[in-house]
Design a binder for this molecule. Structure first.
Ligand code: ASP
Length: 275
């Protein structure tokens, strides 16, 4: 019997100080939504938290996501379960109301790990996953900020249930002003997410290109495998982002046992946990 735990983050992007309490409150609402389902398993809890955050316009996932160079929203999302290393991801989708739901469907279907663009949307329709008009995701704040740069505020959650199963879920609009078709680290196992019940599960936020180049999530789980303490793994990962990539971001980590951990090298990253 394992001790259940859930940790949720709302991204490590640059945020005006005045907005931080609002984002923290959004993350805490999502934590409550996820924790309510922890009895249904780690995947259910992590997905419920992220699904909730896809509806929070303050954060860069689902409604309120940042815009690409052409002023469109393209969404990435991913899930991974640590039991059999099953994973599902979607990238650059424009019309899927909850990209995290589609990532779960990709994983359940099992033929592929990552679907993008139109093919992902067609897969959504074939599986009865809700679609919507792309304008649903675009809010005034993002229209006004269009042309800015930097990473947004990806949302993610990592859970451990009472059977010791681990799961991670993540959803994002990516980075501001990205090239159309750009895919970030979030839906890519080993880059933005990784889960292995034997060792731990992690989720990242920050400059996706750096996470991909470092295979940072996989690296973190290898460190857990070698017995490195989860808090040390988290701090080491953000330090490596800085030293190796001159980059910024944050991570959340849940080991096989013990409390969830978070670390970031930006001014703020809203996060909350329950155990
Ligand atoms: N990692 C995300 C991406 O590069 C952005 C973020 O975390 O804010 O797509």
């Amino acid at each position: 019997m394992a001790r259940p735990a859930l940790i949720v983050h709302g991204g490590a992007g640059p945020v005006p100080v005045a907005e931080r309490p609002l984002r923290q409150a959004a993350v805490e609402r999502a934590l409550a939504a996820g924790w309510a389902l922890i009895g249904d398993g780690a995947l259910a809890a992590a997905v419920a938290a992220v699904r909730r955050l896809e509806d929070e316009p303050l954060l860069n996932a689902g409604i309120g996501a940042c815009l690409n160079l052409e002023g469109d929203v393209e969404l990435d999302a991913g899930v991974m379960e640590g039991g059999e290393l099953r994973a599902g991801g979607v990238a650059a989708v424009r019309d899927v109301r909850h990209p995290i739901d589609l990532a779960v469907e990709v994983m359940r279907d099992g033929r592929h790990v990552l679907l993008c663009g139109d093919g992902a949307s067609r897969f959504a329709r074939s599986r009865g996953v809700e679609t919507c008009d792309p304008s649903t995701f675009i809010i005034d704040r993002e229209r006004q900020q269009h042309g800015g740069e930097g990473q947004g505020d990806t949302v993610g959650a990592v859970a451990r249930d009472s059977d010791g199963r681990l799961a991670v879920a993540v959803s994002t609009g990516g980075v501001h002003n990205k090239w159309p078709g750009r895919i970030g680290d979030s839906p890519i196992p080993g880059a933005g997410i990784f889960a292995d019940d034997r060792f731990g599960a992690v989720c990242g936020t920050g400059q996706g290109e750096a996470f991909i180049r470092l295979a940072l999530s996989r690296l973190m789980v290898i460190e857990l495998e070698h017995g490195v303490d989860p808090a040390v793994v988290a701090k080491g990962a953000v330090a490596l982002l800085g030293t190796a990539m001159h980059s910024v971001g944050g991570v959340i980590v849940v080991g096989r046992e013990g409390s969830p951990q978070a670390a970031f090298n930006t001014p703020a990253m809203p996060w909350a946990m329950a155990e």
